[in-house]
Design a protein around this ligand. Structure first.
Ligand code: THU
Length: 133
C-alpha cells in the first residue's frame, strides 16, 4: 500500500474517534510487514486516564492478532470540525512504537493531501528499549 492510501485509511479511522471531552479527533493506520492495515482512533473516557490514543489502538489491535513486524504508521488528527492537520504522536505512543519498530520505521504525519514522512529515531531519540534491560 502506498503512503497516500495509508494516510487516507488514517483519515477514515478518525471518523470513529470517541472524543467528547477534548474534541480532538485522531485516526491512525498501521501497515504490517505482511501487508495488512490495522486502524485505530482515540477513545476517551469520563475517567480521563482510561483514554487511549489512536496509535496505541492500532498497535494493540495488530499485536493482539499476532502481528510483530510493521512497515509504516500514518497519523491524522486535529480539533473537531477542522480540516485535519499535523498531529504528532504523544510520548507514550512513541514508546509503544519503539517496542515493535526499528529506528528507521516510517511515520507519516499530516493529512491525505499534504503529509511528510519521519523516522522513529527523529521522533524518539535516545529511546529506552529492551536492549537496555
Ligand atoms: N491523542 C491521540 O489519539 N494521539 C496522539 O498522539 C495525541 C493525542 C488523543 C488523546 C486524547 O483523546 C486527545 O487526542 C487529546 O489529547
Amino acid at each position: 500500500m502506498d503512503d497516500k492510501s495509508l494516510m487516507a485509511a488514517a483519515q477514515r479511522a478518525r471518523e470513529n474517534s470517541h472524543s467528547p471531552y477534548s474534541h480532538f479527533r485522531v485516526g491512525a493506520a498501521l501497515l504490517s510487514a505482511s501487508g495488512k492495515v490495522y486502524t485505530g482512533c482515540n477513545i476517551e473516557n469520563a475517567a480521563f486516564s482510561a483514554t487511549v490514543c489512536a496509535e496505541r489502538t492500532a498497535f494493540f489491535k495488530a499485536v493482539s492478532e499476532g502481528e510483530r513486524e510493521f512497515a509504516a504508521l500514518a497519523i491524522v488528527g486535529g480539533k473537531e470540525g477542522e480540516t485535519a492537520k499535523f498531529c504528532a504522536p504523544c510520548g507514550v505512543c512513541r514508546q509503544v512504537i519503539a517496542e515493535f519498530c526499528p529506528p528507521k520505521f516510517k511515520v507519516l504525519l499530516g493529512d491525505e493531501n499534504d503529509f511528510k514522512a519521519y523516522t522513529l529515531d527523529t521522533l524518539l531519540p535516545f529511546s529506552f528499549s529492551s536492549k537496555d534491560l
